[in-house]
Design a protein around this ligand. Sequence first.
Ligand code: COA
Length: 401
Amino acid sequence: MSHEVFARSVTSKCSVVSTPLEGIAMDKEVIPGLEGVPIAESAISRVDGAAGKLEYRGVSVEQLADLGTFEETSWLLLYGELPTADELAAFTREMAGYRRLKYRVIDLIKCLPETGHPMDALQAAVAAIGMFYPTPRDLDDAAKKSACMRLIAKLPSVVAAFERIRRGDEHILPRTDLGHAANFLYMLTGDEPDVERTHVLDVCLILHADHTMNASTFAGRVVGSTLADPYCVVSSALGALSGPLHGGANETAMALFREIGSPENARPVIEKMIAEKAKIPGFGHRVYRTIDPRAKVLKTFAKSLADKSGNPECAIANEVEKVMAEHYGEKGIWPNVDLYSGIVYNELGIPAECFTPIFAISRVAGWLAHWLEQRIGNRIFRPTQKYVGKSDRSYTPMNQR
Ligand code: COA
């Protein structure tokens, strides 16, 4: 019996008391989805939802996408400043040294069902990786730094290994002479990517690296607040990211474009979905009331890649965007990051089930920056509830129910 069904059967037999327990005042309301409730002070990233702006440590993502790299962005998120040339070179070199997975982690990945979702494989592997690197109880700066570099470096290796192994290919060992983005594409495909493909993926990784107090980041901070180790923090954040209302939307958006099939078919399909009050993946956001700045950058890449390949998904997405603007523009529902990211990954030859894992191999940098921040002046998260269930019931013996 599912928990939902179970809860229904209990409440249907009894009257409900509305006396709140846990000492909370009667006038305190539950805020669904914690909308507008600040849960921490943070200096990592900032969204201006009305202006459509996103900054990491005060630097706009557009500038980072134009001029930076994912490694540089990771440093900025983790340490709060842009690195010097020497700091970046050392960080890049050191992190590349953490890419290789232990043979037993590869063996574990081989045991996972090939029909399983790569996000689940990633979550399982990250939890297992933590068992190989026990985290010292009194974490010093060096231990925190090596855990961060290990996690950022190893996530792409897990995603590439699971994807190759599940389709019957051998996994490919990482190379330390390639940058983070190029090495991932190399491990996934076996071919060293050209400069253009490398740049496109690098920009995607920069754009996804952090996004204030979203669901996966909050999940990670909650787990971090218990002083659980960073592998647990990242594996819980991965679970939160996998859902279709969060990171999983890039995969569901691509499934929708494929179902639509042609630009001409976009209007009838979307208008039918709107009439049925369905949520259209790749649109809407808790904070943005205009187009997500990341979607603007990704749309440019998607268009230039699709112009060359002739693939239809970008033209379909453009039509979907027009129909949505007519119906929902005034309501503030605009494209989010997931509308065009999958199209870009598809153009890079990446299978749809790997779209959300690519989001994850970038967002891990943000999760870890939040983990470090949470550890400063940490207090365990322990919110309260408004109890609406039964009270003071007597136990009915089994033979009398
Ligand atoms: N398609 C159609 N309607 C949408 C919509 C979408 N993608 N996103 C929001 N809406 C509508 C809701 O139906 C609701 O309408 P109502 O006021 O008539 O009830 C209103 O806009 C508010 O939406 P709500 O779901 O309450 O907002 P939220 O802040 O709780 O949720 C998202 C934000 C992102 C979860 C939501 O926009 C969504 O589900 N989007 C699709 C999935 C997606 O792309 N996720 C990736 C986010 S980066």
